[in-house]
Design a protein around this ligand. Sequence first.
Ligand SMILES: CC(C)(COP(=O)(O)OP(=O)(O)OC[C@H]1O[C@@H](n2cnc3c(N)ncnc32)[C@H](O)[C@@H]1OP(=O)(O)O)[C@@H](O)C(=O)NCCC(=O)NCCS
Length: 160
Amino acid sequence: MLRPTTPEDTDALVELTAGTGFFKPLEVETLREVLDDYHGGDADLGHRAFLWEEAGRALGYVYHAPAAMTDRSWYLYWIAVAADQQGRGLGGRLLAFVEQDIRDNGGRLLLIETSSTPHYEPTRRFYLKHGYALAATVPDYYADGDGMVVFSKRLLPPAG
Ligand SMILES: CC(C)(COP(=O)(O)OP(=O)(O)OC[C@H]1O[C@@H](n2cnc3c(N)ncnc32)[C@H](O)[C@@H]1OP(=O)(O)O)[C@@H](O)C(=O)NCCC(=O)NCCS
C-alpha cells in the first residue's frame, strides 16, 4: 500500500536507507533532517514524501519536490527500496507513482542526481530503463573520483 509518510515513519526510513549500503553516513543523517523539515513545514511548500508499506513494514519510499526558481521542474531527491526487496519491481512502481504525482501537480521536467561510481551502475541502469536521459555529468562533484550524474525526463511535451 502506498501512503504519505508520517513523523512516526522516520526511524524506519532512515534504517531502510542505511541498510541499502548505498548511502554514506552523512547522507543517511541528512535524510533524517530532510524528513524532520518535511513534517516541520516543507510539506506545506509542496514537497512530497510517500512510502510503500506491506504488513506494517516500509519496503521503499520516495521524496520529490519542485525545483526552486524554475518553471515547473521537479527533483526526485530520494528513492530507496529495502535491500531484501530490490529487483522485484517496487522501485519501478514507486518511480511511476512519482511521475504521475508530479504531472498531477503540474510538473514539466523531472531531474534525478546520482553518483558516477561503479557501485551505482545498477541505479543508473534503473533510470535508463525507465526512459531517463543522461543530461549531465559533473566529474568529482561528491568527492574526487565520485562525480554527479544528472538524469532527466520530460513529463509534459515541450511548449510550442
Ligand atoms: C535503485 C532502486 C530504487 C531500484 O528499485 P528496485 O525495486 O530494486 O528496482 P526494480 O525491481 O523496479 O527494477 C529493476 C531494475 O532496476 C535496476 N536495478 C537497480 N538496482 C537493482 C538491484 N539492487 N537489484 C536488481 N535490479 C536493480 C536493474 O536495471 C533492473 O532491471 P533488470 O532486472 O532488467 O536488470 C533500488 O534498487 C535501491 O534502493 N537501490 C539502492 C539505493 C539507490 O541507489 N537509490 C537511488 C539513489 S539516486
